[in-house]
Design a protein around this ligand. Structure first.
Ligand code: NAP
Length: 321
């Protein structure tokens, strides 16, 4: 299968290349970057010397090159992705890592643990299958939303959360979540030994989480950690069910998903980084009558490129591509 990566010089693009190196069934034939156009991949990233990607060169956008691919991963910034992809809908398979198609009815929201757990439903709902055949686009979920929607989805769908109360999601991310661009707040001397909150109101990911979970009663606050990768989310909610009831629901819902692990200890980033796993822990604070869900993922793995490859694999598995 011939693959192209738009925006291959950024963090998610680099991670895709690193992960695809192992995949002998995949041939990467086209990578783009404006900054590095004309340079070889190995000039920018020596990790790829002596690998089968050694001869790849960063190129500019070319309609002809895109159409030669069976599938395109788009790792462009939000806003830019849609501008470029729109005219290719239905012509080439696209997995878009930006937020541009996450609320677009034509795209499948690619949270693999949700639609793969319910793949039978997904395939039975033929309109979705038709949709993927017609528009050929999967919107890969946001990294913070992945860490929050996976643990909350079964609880909300099963009506296990008190509808009159607010769900509070407090998340911390490594700095790669902001992309590989020059930004004063992300300079080493600003971030090192530091820790801060950003955009505590109206963050675009809050909108995505509420839209997918179909709830208005949710607050999301993001923070940046002085580390490279990983997201830890702490989610507070009220429920009239018992701790054991809710834990059993989570275990039952994800029992066939090897990447969703319900732990008996607090999740840590070092155990999920460089994987597609999500580690979840649930606790109950009796004094405050409050449940606390903890989840950990790798923002570049499960939260971006790893999940994008899971989406590709689902297209292959169900012969949609
Ligand atoms: N980082 C994460 O953890 C993460 C997680 C989930 C989703 N995402 C989403 O995935 C996408 C990529 O994220 P990233 O972290 O890889 O970003 P990034 O490191 O900033 O990379 C962006 C890529 O797009 C290219 N680019 C930038 N501006 C462009 C423009 N105006 N037109 C065309 N190309 C442009 C850049 O290369 P040139 O400047 O050389 O062209 C680079 O290759 C974003 O939409 C982001 O929101 C990121």
């Amino acid at each position: 299968m011939k693959i192209g990566i738009l925006g291959a010089s950024g963090y998610t693009g680099e991670e895709l290349l690193r992960l695809l190196l192992e995949r002998q069934d995949i041939d990467v034939i086209y990578i783009t970057s404006r900054r590095y156009e004309g340079k070889t991949l190995t000039e920018i990233n020596p990790r790829f010397i002596n690998t089968r990607f050694e001869s790849l060169k960063f190129e500019s956008f070319s309609e002809e090159k895109i159409l030669k691919c069976d599938l395109i991963f788009s790792c462009l910034p939000h806003g830019e992705s849609k501008k470029i992809l729109e005219k290719f809908l239905g012509k080439v398979f696209i997995i878009d890592l930006s937020q541009d198609y996450r609320k677009d009815e034509r795209a499948l929201y690619g949270l693999t643990n949700i639609y793969d757990v319910y793949t039978k439903h997904f395939l039975k709902r033929t309109f979705k299958k038709d949709l993927i055949k017609k528009y050929k686009i999967i919107a890969n979920p946001g990294c913070y939303p992945t860490s929050i929607i996976i643990p909350l989805y079964p609880l909300i769908k099963g009506n296990f959360i008190d509808k009159n109360t607010l769900i509070i999601c407090d998340s911390k991310s490594g700095a790669s979540g902001a992309g590989k661009k020059l930004k004063e707040d992300l300079l080493f001397c600003e971030l090192n030994e530091n820790f801060y909150c950003y955009k505590p109101t109206n963050h675009r990911h809050e909108e995505e989480i509420k839209y997918i979970l179909n709830t208005k009663k949710l607050k999301f606050t993001p923070h940046i950690l002085p580390i490279e990768r990983g997201i830890l989310s702490t989610i507070y909610f009220k429920s009239s069910y018992s701790l054991e009831n809710i834990k059993s629901l989570l275990r039952e819902f994800y029992k066939n998903d090897k990447n969703v692990k319900i732990l008996n200890r607090y999740p840590q980033l070092k155990f999920v980084n460089f994987t597609n796993e999500i580690h979840i822990y649930l606790d109950y604070d009796k004094e405050n009558d409050l449940f606390i869900l903890l989840s950990a993922i790798d923002n570049l793995g499960k939260g971006a490129s790893g999940q994008a490859i899971e989406n590709l694999d689902i297209l292959i598995r169900y012969s949609l591509i």
